[in-house]
Write a protein of this length. Structure first.
Lengths: 300, 316
């Protein structure tokens, strides 16, 4: 209808059109790609560290173990915050909350987008028209703004932040899935399945799903960094976890009150967000190169 | 051209309808707003009779579809109701705040364009040389940087250490614009640089580029006349979403720099559960973004005649 290029708000908001064509063995090329490998190393390193937090953190996240604003030392490598809590421990436990909520949000929005997008693309007609209008409304906004208002209307809390993100961002997944299904729907294998008497549900599940799941997986990895940025941003604004729970965005917001007294406290949560998002951006870049031979060729 | 514009505007009708439903629904998801309203004004728990009479005055006792129709009908005439907490007309407040947000977003948008597009072109033209590699690393870092964190680093450096500019508020004239605009610019500059680079590289990979340089056209002219023009279309789209991102990003940045724009209005409305303001905000910004997107779509038809002549089938 209109000549709008599909532009998912990807991890860094890299407004690239996602063009996806698998070339050879994607996994092998991914492991041979330095950028992606670095991204993978960063992301999995951080995820492993926060997963192991209860065993490797120097103390409990809310335990007061040092003088206020204690400088970094052997016992407390990143020092202590305004209440004397160990910053490294809060960072590790806070990462569980930030990353955990990001993963939950991402999986939910991808699943919802997958189901609705498949239904719209496959059945067409009134379903498609309705879904299309809903998507139009949702993508009319920069996603963060709408998530902010929805979370705000629902009330403070991490669960509401996740809901606010999912309610808005499923639309970009649904849009891409819908387009992919439209491309596959008329192909011979679908017609063959139908002529054998397969039901709609069976065609969707057994035949279409395996063929469109790849773009969703890629979009997910492109998106994860951006979702963490939004989540931590909303939490920074005071809409997420309640004190004293550690979370990267709320740690940053707490530290910002002491910017004159202890500016270094802001380096840790900010740096953690930066490195994590950077990891996902590198991974996403690599994935895109691997799956889209066009950019690969022109980039090397 | 006229027919194209008309068709494009017609498509807006269902989107606008959807926007009003979304905005109205948002004011209702957390239940009846009356409790919050009365607690705010009475500073104590309201009695059942007080709630009932307030519901009647505000028309909240009528069925939802009628409430929606009344609200949407007034909104169509530019009346978005009054703020629960301040009693001021919402529409007036929104207009006032929009001006403040634009004071940040417009300079930021110009900065983004002026910095990112040339950088992206340079990167593409110098692909894989040292400058390109350095700029790619820097832009990747910039794109991964939380804007709220960047704001504090800027405050720390420029306001606290060097005392160059005020750390917040609107009192310092042009000086008070510097930090919020810079903080707002970093992410979008990085993103648009990356985008310009990849879309220029796409354009440079075309056969007509090889033809142009084979016929002896100087490289600079090849880039300017052939490659740049063909990457304008994706660039226009990208810039549109950049503008949206700037206005949205302003929501957080305004809060940090105590700047009285749209974003800080939304946030205080959330804190005060001021639903007329929230509803108005959603509708107002929604219409704003829909209009910006429309302008960008229309600009396609100027940049690329295929869009208006052949419709989408030819253009993509």
């Amino acid at each position: 209808m209109t000549a709008v290029t599909v532009m998912p708000e990807t991890a860094d908001g890299a407004a690239d059109t996602v063009v996806l064509r698998a070339a050879g063995n994607p996994l092998r090329s991914l492991l041979g790609d330095g950028t992606a490998l670095l991204g993978l190393a960063i992301v999995s390193g951080i995820m492993m560290a926060v997963a192991l937090a209860p065993w490797i953190a120097p103390s409990k996240p809310n335990a007061i173990v040092a003088p206020q604003f204690a400088a970094p030392s052997r016992a407390h490598p990143f020092g202590a915050d305004h209440l004397g809590r160990d910053v490294l421990s809060r960072l590790l436990f806070g990462g569980r909350v930030s990353i955990g909520a990001t993963v939950v949000a991402t999986v939910l929005m991808a699943l919802i987008g997958l189901v609705i997008g498949m239904a719209a693309g496959y059945f067409g007609g009134a379903v498609d028209a309705l879904v299309g209008r809903v998507i139009d409304v949702l993508v009319a906004f920069p996603s963060l703004l709408l998530s902010l208002v929805i979370t705000g209307a629902l009330g403070v809390g991490l669960r509401n932040v996740v809901i606010g993100l999912v309610v808005v961002r499923w639309a970009s997944y649904a849009r891409i899935v819908r387009a992919a299904v439209l491309g596959e729907r008329e192909k011979a294998y679908v017609e063959a399945a139908r002529s054998f008497g397969a039901s709609d549900l069976r065609i969707l599940r057994r035949h279409l799903l395996p063929n469109i799941v790849a773009p969703v997986v890629v979009l997910t990895s492109l998106d994860m960094g951006g979702i963490l940025l939004s989540l931590a941003g909303l939490s920074f604004l005071g809409l997420g976890v309640r004190s004293p729970t550690a979370e990267w965005g709320s740690m940053l917001s707490e530290a910002s009150a002491y910017i004159g007294l202890a500016p270094h406290l802001m380096w840790y949560p900010g740096g953690a967000i930066l490195v994590f998002v950077l990891g996902f951006n590198l991974l996403g870049d690599g994935l895109r190169d691997v799956l889209d031979p066009r950019t690969r060729r022109s980039d090397q | 051209m006229g027919a194209y514009i008309a068709r494009r505007c017609l498509l807006l009708a269902p989107t606008l309808l959807g926007l009003t439903i979304l905005a109205f629904a948002l004011g209702r998801v957390s239940g009846d707003p009356v409790g919050a309203l009365l607690r705010g004004s009475l500073e104590q728990e309201p009695t059942a009779a007080e709630v009932a009479s307030a519901r009647k005055t505000l028309g909240l006792d009528r069925p939802l579809p009628i409430q929606y129709a009344t609200w949407a009908g007034r909104a169509a005439h530019g009346d978005l109701g009054k703020s629960y907490s301040h009693g001021t007309p919402v529409a007036q407040e929104l207009r006032h705040r929009l001006v403040n947000t634009l004071k940040l977003a417009l300079p930021a948008a110009v900065l983004v364009l002026v910095i990112a597009v040339p950088l992206g072109i340079i990167c593409a033209a110098q692909r894989n040389r040292l400058l390109d590699r350095v700029l790619r690393v820097v832009s990747l870092l910039g794109a991964s940087m939380p804007a709220y964190w960047a704001s504090f680093l800027l405050i720390q450096l420029l306001a606290v250490r060097l005392h160059l500019v005020p750390a917040g508020g609107t009192g310092g004239g042009v000086g008070s614009l510097v930090l919020p605009v810079l903080a707002l610019t970093i992410g979008p500059v990085a993103v648009l640089t990356r985008f310009t680079r990849s879309s220029m590289i796409d354009a440079l990979g075309n056969d007509y580029i090889r033809t142009a340089s084979a016929k002896g056209l100087p490289w600079q002219l090849v880039v300017e006349r052939h490659a740049l023009r063909n990457s304008l279309l994706p660039l226009a789209t990208a810039f549109g979403s950049t503008f949206g991102r700037l206005v949205a990003g302003a929501a957080i940045i305004e809060n940090i720099f105590s700047w009285p724009g749209l974003g800080s209005l939304a946030l205080s409305a959330i804190r005060e559960q001021d639903f007329p303001v929230l509803q108005g905000f959603v509708l107002f910004t929604g219409v704003l973004f829909v209009s910006v997107n429309l302008l960008i779509d229309l600009s396609y038809s100027i940049i690329d005649p295929r869009v208006r002549l052949g419709g989408a089938a030819v253009a993509r």
